[in-house]
Every structure is written in structure tokens, then in C-alpha cells.
Design a protein around this ligand. Structure first.
Ligand code: TTP
Ligand code: MG
Length: 415
């Protein structure tokens, strides 16, 4: 999996990754618009109306789950375990359930509200499904205070979007996902880097990311019950049995997952980042690192046939003071030496400051080589500023900084 590591993410650097998964999401949405359902068994699904017989449960509230109702169960099974409140005879004794049909457009609206909050608190967000996302918050918070950060995110989602979430925090995506599931609902589980192996080891294999029921059964038949068993199984044995997936689940069991939290789809920007082991104010060390990052990011742009119109840097001063600067060009280019010189120039403002981390970014991407501006547009003087519109992709953080004689410099969101 090391092929998926971004060049700017050295092995020793621990990311702070959150996995957010909403609790009984469709049922929670139904509760949001009908508060009388609070604390009640709620079943969302199809096929429960009189005259219907086929259909399945999409999800059930935790109160309904306590009666054995669960996602993907045939609706007949759910109705047997939990008769429908609306049609139960008056003399019915025992628990009843409140059934609601699936209303995806409404759930998407709620999901959008949650997503807006997630994008507000994280630099990189990868939305995986309607109710699930990964966040990279490495530059926003350290391990010592991430529990407070994640707790207030949970509270904010509940307060502003009216639905509840469980959050897992870990140094990588697969462990964060296991953590978010570990104490549902309303869970908050933080697994710091030095606790990953210990956290995973006792878990049954089917709690690992990437291990479904079929694989779990097969693993058990090999005597592999827990993530710890899996971690200590020779990798070759897993690969010969499960192919490359065997290697992936072996990695996950060992708490190794080098995937980077990147948005899905075509990127709006590409960036490479790198942290120093210790903060430094050594100008040459800083410039050398910037050159390397510029080189990496332009190589990535080239490999994706991307042209860029905006070049930016990120300079993080200890502990978490994130500064970003960017300059927009008059047309899209692919020009490694230009990226290097603009990055060095933008970072000059921070000379003398102690720096913990650096990043170089290209944005305003386009993927059509035919749109490349003639190269002679870049000869001679530094590139001319462009209209504010060109920075539209830089998001709401794009406060313009006035008075920069060499070009337009903006504060940008580095996500
Ligand atoms: P999940 O996150 O798997 O489930 P959940 O949010 O309902 O409950 P949990 O607290 O365990 O996270 O799926 C999100 C939504 O996707 C879920 O609310 C309904 C829908 N869904 C289906 O429609 N069918 C299914 O089989 C599953 C698993 C989910
Ligand atoms: Mg969920």
C-alpha cells in the first residue's frame, strides 16, 4: 500500500484522522422531523404497509435493535419482532415499533448539513457515504487535545444538524473506522499512535475494516479469531489465501494503513506537505524543503495531466498556527521551476520564524492540455495577478491581502 502514500507524508509523521459515522442515520433523520419519536423504537424500511409483504429494513433505532430488528433484515421479520404501532390492536401487549418509509432526498439534506460542519473543522474530508466521512485534522489539533476537539465536533453536529454521530480518532483511516464503531451510539473513541496495536489486538476479526462476514468465517476456520491473531499470522499465508486483500487486512490488523484522506473525484488542488522533526528557523533548511515539496507536487500534477493557475504555500508555526499564502497566474500552466520560485517567494514573509511544517499547493486545476497558456507568457517578470474570480476555488477562507506588489496573495483553505 505504500504506493498510495503522498510524497509529502514521511513515514515517521503521525496523522490525526477522524472517522465520523452517524448513529442509526435514517432513523435519526426521521426523529429530527418528528421529535415524538425520541426514545422510541423506529424502523425505516419498505414493505410494511397493509397488503405489502416484501421489503427490507434500511435501519432501526437502537431501541428497535434491542428487540432484534436490524439493517437488511426482511421486513416480515421486523414486524414479527416489533409489530407496527399504527396498526397494532388496542389490546396488544408488548413493544411496538414506529415504521417510516425511506425518504432519501430528506436524508441527503441532513447529510449536507453535517458535511458543511465537517468541512468547517477539517482541512481534508473524504465523504464515503451519506452518513460517513474521514477527516484529517493533523494541522488543527494535537493528540493531547484531540478528545476535546472530537467531542465538541460531536456536540456541534447534534446541536446544529439535529442528529447524533459516533467519532473514532486514530493515526490512520482503517483504525479510525474501527474506533468510531467501537462504542456506538454517541461514541467517542481516541486511539493514540502508541495504543493502536493494543486497541486492535483483542477485537474479533470481523470488526476490522475490510473483513466481511465471509472472510471472517474463513479466518476463523484457520484459527484466526482476533485482530491480534491476524497480525501475527505470516503475511504470505494470508496473501496466498486471499490475494492482495490478505495483505491489506494484515496491515489493518497491525494498525497500518497509509491511505491519505483525500476527497473523492477530480481534485481541486494538489498539495505536498512535510513536517520537521523539530521546528526550525534555518532559512536554508526551509528553502530546501520547499524546493523538494514543489518538485513533488509538480510531479504529481504532471502524472495527472493537470495544469494549475494558483500556486500556494502553507507554513505551520508551532504549535498549530497555520498560515497559507497563494498567488494566481493569468492562465493555467505546468511549470515546475515557476512553482518552485513562487513557493520560495511566498514563504519569504516567514523568514526568521520557527516553522514546524511546510506545504506547497497548486490549485485552480484544469485537466485539458489544450488550455495551456503559451510558455512565453511566463518569461521575464513574475506572473501578473489575476481577478479575484480565479481564486473562487480557494473557498470561504480566501481573504485577500492587500498591498502585495508582486502579485495577488491570499489566505487560502489548504484542503
Ligand atoms: P450504517 O452507518 O451502516 O447504519 P446506521 O447509520 O443506520 O447505524 P449505525 O449507528 O450502526 O451506524 O448505514 C447508514 C445508512 O445507510 C442507514 O441509516 C440506512 C442505510 N442502509 C441501508 O439502507 N441498508 C443497509 O443494509 C445498511 C447497512 C444501511
Ligand atoms: Mg451510521
Amino acid at each position: 500500500m505504500s504506493g498510495s502514500r503522498l510524497p509529502g507524508t514521511p513515514a515517521g509523521e503521525e496523522r490525526v484522522v477522524l472517522h465520523v459515522d452517524m448513529d442509526c442515520f435514517y432513523a435519526a433523520c426521521e426523529r429530527r422531523r418528528d421529535p415524538t419519536l425520541a426514545g422510541e423504537p423506529v424502523v425505516v424500511g419498505m414493505g410494511y404497509e397493509a397488503g405489502e409483504r416484501h421489503g427490507a429494513v434500511a435501519t432501526a433505532s437502537y431501541e428497535a435493535r434491542a428487540h432484534g430488528v436490524e439493517s437488511a433484515q426482511p421486513i416480515s421479520g421486523a414486524l414479527a419482532a416489533l409489530p407496527r404501532a399504527a396498526t397494532a390492536p388496542p389490546d396488544h401487549e408488548g413493544p411496538v415499533g414506529h415504521y417510516r418509509p425511506v425518504d432519501l432526498p430528506y436524508y441527503r439534506e441532513v447529510s449536507e448539513e453535517v458535511r458543511a460542519i465537517l468541512h468547517d473543522v477539517a482541512d481534508a474530508v473524504r465523504e464515503v457515504s451519506i452518513d460517513e466521512a474521514y477527516l484529517d485534522v493533523t494541522d488543527r489539533v494535537g493528540w493531547h487535545s484531540v478528545e476535546i476537539f472530537a467531542g465538541s465536533l460531536r456536540e456541534r453536529i447534534e446541536r446544529e444538524a439535529g442528529v447524533s454521530a459516533s467519532v473514532g480518532v486514530a493515526p490512520n483511516m482503517s483504525t479510525a473506522k474501527v474506533a468510531s464503531d467501537h462504542d456506538k451510539p454517541e461514541g467517542l473513541v481516541v486511539v493514540p499512535p502508541d495504543a493502536v496495536r493494543e486497541f486492535l489486538a483483542p477485537l474479533p476479526v470481523d470488526e476490522l475494516h475490510g473483513v466481511g462476514p465471509v472472510t471472517a468465517r474463513e479466518l476463523r476456520s484457520l484459527g484466526i479469531e482476533t485482530a491480534g491473531d491476524l497480525a501475527s499470522t505470516p503475511r504470505d499465508r494470508l496473501v496466498s489465501r486471499f490475494g492482495s486483500r490478505g495483505g491489506t487486512i494484515h496491515d489493518h490488523a497491525r494498525g497500518r494503513d497509509e491511505r491519505v484522506v483525500e476527497p473523492v473525484g477530480k481534485p481541486k488542488s494538489l498539495s505536498s506537505e512535510s513536517a520537521f522533526t523539530e521546528a526550525t528557523d534555518d532559512v536554508e533548511v526551509i528553502r530546501e524543503r520547499l524546493r523538494r515539496l514543489a518538485d513533488e507536487v509538480t510531479a504529481r500534477a504532471e502524472s495527472r495531466d493537470a495544469l494549475y493557475k494558483t500556486i500556494g504555500v502553507k507554513v505551520v508555526e508551532p504549535p498549530f498556527d497555520v498560515n497559507t499564502r497563494a498567488r494566481s497566474l493569468s492562465g493555467p500552466v505546468a511549470d515546475a521551476s515557476l512553482v518552485e520560485s513562487v513557493a520560495l517567494d511566498l514563504a519569504r514573509e516567514f523568514e526568521g520564524e520557527r516553522v514546524r511544517k511546510l506545504g506547497v499547493r497548486v490549485s485552480n486545476l484544469s485537466f485539458d492540455a489544450a488550455t495551456q497558456a503559451p510558455l512565453d507568457a511566463w518569461e521575464g517578470e513574475s506572473p501578473p495577478p489575476t481577478s479575484a474570480e480565479d481564486d473562487a476555488d480557494d473557498g470561504p477562507g480566501g481573504t485577500e491581502r492587500g498591498g502585495d506588489p508582486e502579485g495577488q496573495t491570499t489566505f487560502v483553505d489548504f484542503s
